[in-house]
Design a protein around this ligand. Sequence first.
Ligand SMILES: [Zn+2]
Length: 332
Amino acid sequence: MSAAPPLPVHDPSTAPPFELFEDVACILCGSESREPVVTAQEDLTGKPGDFTFVRCLDCSLVYQHPRLPIHHIGAYYDDEYIAHRKSQSWGKLTGFFEWLMGKLDRDKTEICQRYVDIGPETKVLDVGCGAGGFLAHLHETRKAVGTGVDFKDLSQQIGEFGGGAIDFLHGTLTPELLGDKRFDLVSMWHFLEHDYDPLGSLAVARDALNDGGRLVIEVPRLDSLTAKLYGRRWPGWQAPQHTVALDKACLLRMVEQAGLEVVDYLPYGAYPGYFYVYAGAAFVLKRGRGLDLRRAIVSYLAGQIALTPVMLFERKLNLSMQVVVCKRPGSA
Ligand SMILES: [Zn+2]
């Protein structure tokens, strides 16, 4: 039997037609009772199209419905997508970008280290690892052993980081992809809100934890200050890539429904809260026409300097991010 021909993929330079979208039942409870919340746009790069988020009338989860089928969504993760961006492609701004990403990796490490003692024997799985920066940082600073999963094939970039010290797995998070690998730390930095099957991925992550292992999840927080401030231009919608927008209650319910036990909850993340303060303001001004990231850097920095006194209290302000730390029930 021959393989099925590849499905045609929608070109994101035009708005996706209505008939392309698929209906989605609530990701948490399966209900199809819903009310519209916002019509969001692709504010980051300005790709055309309107994307609707709804609230489940039975469990209050906010999710994208209808949405693009998964084989169309890859085209929206193009080279502008910051997580997959090679540092070299930033030209004169490479130094600043490397400092920013270095700080992000240090802040991620600081959060994880509270729950897992990260050292030379520590096995770490980063789900949605992008170019692998976090794993490279853990390898360089603590000799941790890293495995990265991303649906984008980034194997050409492995050479950048420690001569193949990271084991990159290309695909979606399934038991087959991980095989018998088990981990002391599984991280999901801004992965879950992109996932077409978050409950399934959480279950795979749960089963991949060693005894005493921890799963650290960071996602944007829907019941946050920037979400209230910016409405439909809130960067946390990031349509069409985000499938779900989680408030604290729904995030906790989701991990528990996936059979995980909550160890801790943080009303902030490693990701700078200021980024959403800045990007939301820019998105309001641009009204869906997209940001020129290179030109935005100057105003980004100016705003950061101006807001420094406020940002000293960032972790108390509930600006935009949240982290939940979980373990397998019954595990140490
Ligand atoms: Zn529901």
